[in-house]
Design a protein around this ligand. Structure first.
Ligand SMILES: *[C@@H]1O[C@H](CO)[C@@H](O)[C@H](O)[C@H]1NC(C)=O
Ligand SMILES: *[C@@H]1O[C@H](CO)[C@@H](O)[C@H](O)[C@H]1NC(C)=O
Length: 373
């Protein structure tokens, strides 16, 4: 029910945004959320005390990559020049621009602007939203405001801002967080070009994945992904990666690269999806079973083995990150049949590694099954 309501709500929100007069509500506004009322909390005459002192905020790394489920440290340090004789009360605010909202012209569904991750002053701190209980400051040496995020999720990627505020000055630095994973094209059981943006978003989630960002698809293209069907990306654009230019895929005169249709209408236009999946905690395995199974039997067989039938994103992650290699076609949770090959060989599909797909065969046909535990 909720999934039916969501596009409707988004449509309403979109209309509201269009009807609003000012630019303010349609475009991201940068506001650090602090009031500067305590400029005199140093020695009582803040401004004089502070003359000629500069606040420096730095990060030795501007991009950090990590695996799903692990912990990551986003480095951030501050110091004063010249050094202060008396410590000042500094606050830090970590905020976040989700990867999927970069380049969004109109912020739909509350994305498109920085949201708060954590604020801290002295020993007091507060974390927000999905970060609550998962983040802390490292504080390994004086001036260390590095952010530690535990149990990384697929949708934690994006640009994090470390902002230090001491009442007089306000300096910040950003750190990009990427997850190591795999991009895969996905189309609906109803056929090609059957997802609007929201359908694509949901389809990736159903496969234990998320819509790929432009950066993720670009990396996949650099690593050789070539796919001649256009799919939605998380920023609402529609693109496809071509390594070997050819007719019907942008033509032979166009250099290899990502072919982009730009931003498409999120409700009306229909394409496939590019999903992103990262390492999974469990294991994907081909079930040893004496007989081949139809789809209903396959679902049951995994349950009988104490596990669940695997999702497409889990199979891709196991293939790419764990080296799963099996030349047996098996059912997956969405009703598709696939098998993962890391070392290409005779009778196991094309001469490159890849996840081979039989599409969505009729449910009465018999295959093996991939389970996830
Ligand atoms: C991010 O992913 C988590 C876990 O999959 C989910 O609970 C959460 O709602 C997601 N957050 C957003 C903003 O999509
Ligand atoms: C699969 O086979 C079982 C019998 O083992 C049958 O009851 C079921 O209807 C079949 N499912 C499909 C989708 O054909």
């Amino acid at each position: 029910m909720l999934s039916l309501l969501r596009p409707l709500l988004a449509a309403l929100l979109y209309l509201l945004l269009l009807l609003l007069p000012g630019g303010e509500s349609r475009f991201p506004v940068y506001n650090n959320g602090f009031h500067y009322q305590d400029i005199s909390n140093g020695n009582g005459n803040g401004e004089i005390y502070f003359n000629g002192v500069r606040l420096h905020v730095e990060s030795p790394q501007h991009a950090v990559s990590a695996t799903r489920g692990s912990s990551v440290i986003l480095p951030c340090h501050f110091h004063y020049e010249p050094e202060l004789t008396k410590p000042r009360r500094t606050r830090v605010k970590w905020s976040w621009l989700p990867a999927n909202s970069i380049n969004e012209p109109v912020p739909l569904l509350a994305s498109g602007r920085e949201t708060e991750v954590m604020v801290a002053m002295g020993n007091r701190h507060r974390s927000y939203g999905g970060f609550r209980g998962r983040v802390r400051l490292r504080r390994s040496v004086p001036g260390d405001l590095s952010l530690v995020i535990n149990e990384l999720q697929l949708n934690d990627t994006g640009r994090y801002r470390c902002e230090v505020i001491d009442g007089l000055e306000d300096e910040s630095v950003t750190v990009e967080l990427e997850l190591r994973g795999v991009v895969f094209p996905y189309h609906s059981q109803r056929g090609r070009y059957n997802f609007n943006f929201f359908g694509a978003h949901q389809a990736c989630q159903d496969q234990d994945a998320t819509l790929a960002t432009f950066e993720q698809l670009f990396t996949a293209w650099e690593e050789g992904l070539d796919w001649c069907n256009a799919g939605w990306l998380a920023d609402g654009t529609v693109q496809y990666p071509i390594t070997v230019p050819r007719e019907g895929c942008g033509g032979v005169d166009l250099a290899p690269g990502l072919r982009s249709y730009g931003q498409r209408h999120r409700f009306v236009n229909q394409y496939d999806a590019f999903c992103f999946s990262a390492s999974v905690k469990g294991t994907v395995y081909f079930l040893n079973h004496p007989a081949k199974l139809n789809f209903t039997e396959a679902v049951q067989a995994c349950v009988g083995d104490g596990s669940q039938i695997a999702k497409v994103g889990q199979l891709y992650a196991a293939w790419r990150l764990m080296g799963l290699d099996r030349c047996d076609a098996g059912w997956l949770a969405d009703g598709s049949v696939r098998y993962p090959i890391t070392k290409a060989r005779a009778n196991c599909g094309p001469p490159e590694p890849g996840v081979r797909s039989f599409g969505f065969p009729p449910a009465y046909l018999k295959f093996g099954v991939y389970c996830y535990l």
